[in-house]
Design a protein around this ligand. Sequence first.
Ligand code: BG6
Ligand code: MG
Length: 223
Amino acid sequence: MSASSAQKAVIFDLDGVLTDTAHYHFLAWKHIAEQVGVHFDEESNEQLKGIDRLNSLKFILDQSEQRFSEQEFLALAEQKNKHYQSLISNMKPQDVFPGVRDLLASLRSDDFALGVASVSKNALFVLDKIALIKDFDFVADAAKIKNTKPHPEIFLTVAQALSIAPESCVGIEDASAGVTAIKAANMPAIGVGSAEQLGHADEIVAKTGDITLGQILRLLNQL
Ligand code: BG6
Ligand code: MG
């Protein structure tokens, strides 16, 4: 199947949906937060999921008593990214979440176009490490996205690149901001995680591997 013949699509977030890089982002941000005297835990991290690098750093530094020059701000962003890149440098194909490859294969066999909507500028590197690049018809270029999630821009960009109407796309996200972005793009949303964080999704699963083809077809009223 080529993407151009598809009538429907599934658009996946990457970090925390296809593989556990959300945890590596957490570890790298925690290190920065501790350095500037800000308490940071898994709960505060929920608010950073799906938020781009500079806005995430701003969120942390706004809670610090110290003030930072533009140069210091950019140096901290660079430090976080270097740390994150060292954490992902040894990722392997086995790091794809269980069940994800089977899900992608069953969507393919049902003529879905497949896209990735991650605001991470490291997304292609990670997809390459875990050997998933070829599974997708389009991967958004985070450098070209002006508005981070919860803005719908990245999901709409991927839908447009796949030539599929937003209402015929299902979005999959582990971030509260990501689910908001999908809904603002007028797509059904599947949240991966807890109802506490993702109550605004149309459906919630504990793990990406729990998602079924039937569930996605039902969300598109095609079953
Ligand atoms: C998102 C993550 O996918 O990418 C965020 O959920 C992260 O935690 C963001 O900050 C930006 O990633 P990067 O790799 O460009 O710093
Ligand atoms: Mg995510």
